[in-house]
Design a protein around this ligand. Sequence first.
Ligand SMILES: Nc1ncnc2c1ncn2[C@@H]1O[C@H](COP(=O)(O)OP(=O)(O)O)[C@@H](O)[C@H]1O
Ligand SMILES: [Mg+2]
Length: 346
Amino acid sequence: MLMRKRWVVPTPTENDDEQMLVALRPRNLDEYIGQREVVERLRIAIEAAKQRGEPLEHLLLYGPPGLGKTTLAHIVANEMGVGIIATTAPSLERAGDVMGYLLSLKRGEVLFVDEVHRLPRHVEEFLYPVLEMFRVDFNISKRPGAKPHRFELPPFTFIGATTKAGNLSKPMRDRFGLKFRLDFYSVEELAQIVKRAADLLGVPIDEGGANEIARRSRGTPRIANRLLRRVRDYAQVKSDGKINAEIARQALTIEGIDELGLDQLDRDYLTVLICEFNGGPAGLEAIAAMVQEDARTLEEMVEPFLLQIGFIRRTHQGRVATVKAYQHLGLEPTKLPQPSLPLTGN
Ligand SMILES: Nc1ncnc2c1ncn2[C@@H]1O[C@H](COP(=O)(O)OP(=O)(O)O)[C@@H](O)[C@H]1O
Ligand SMILES: [Mg+2]
């Protein structure tokens, strides 16, 4: 297996400067760029809850990684003027783990659980009555036969975030009064996000530079901020520190990121599919072996974007490259993908 450093994955990586990403988070709805419909509906829900003097209803945020779910959860707490306790589902192994958080919540505060689809079943079931009635029967004593103690909790807002809404159980989904799906950002919105981030970092950038970075960010703010960091370094070392289109292009080309935001691994995948398997259909394992990459990595970190931009399709026989993929690589389609092949989901 090759060790690759990838800049265009939407999930956090070890190369990220988490502190910087947190510093770049918008703090309120006015600063939050894009996702207009979600922002508008949230604004109304928040305003209404405040007028009634009630906590906001439980809120589910779902959509691909890197689009601003965690950011939005913190914004909601901020707009409601309440505190937030943030944790992730995999760290909540037992009901007792949740209990600690519940007991420290004050009225109206937010409990944010990331990756909420990964809650163990028994923790989920423990949460149902809590979320519905803010009441919990919990056994504090470990003595056998000890009676559970009833806790009345102050009403609070549960915010769950997930990239896999489909994996959420129905009873869990039903506990959320508000459900919002985040979508990929337009290039214009990403350019705004890049300009805002550059401002905060004190990096001079012009319209062309912001656009160049935005275009290669795969619709994802987390990637945009990461690419901005690479371009900033390049501009500082190779130029006068100012970012324009030319500098951005040079910096990202050196990193192997092309004008659509594809990197070397994406292109290797496509080249193998097209040149070694005649455009497919080819099995994931076979492609993985040729690319010298783990099949799961390809499935989670390469294919989603290629599917999204219509460069590949998944069929029952395997992966197929589309004409767009041939064109992007400057290759002649010797055999066009057959449109009659039955498609599987997404
Ligand atoms: N609407 C937005 N406007 C500006 N920056 C954003 C926006 N959404 C996300 N970001 C930036 O992208 C980064 C990743 O967002 P995050 O909330 O962690 O995504 P998710 O939780 O969906 O994976 C954050 O550090 C934030 O700076
Ligand atoms: Mg997150």
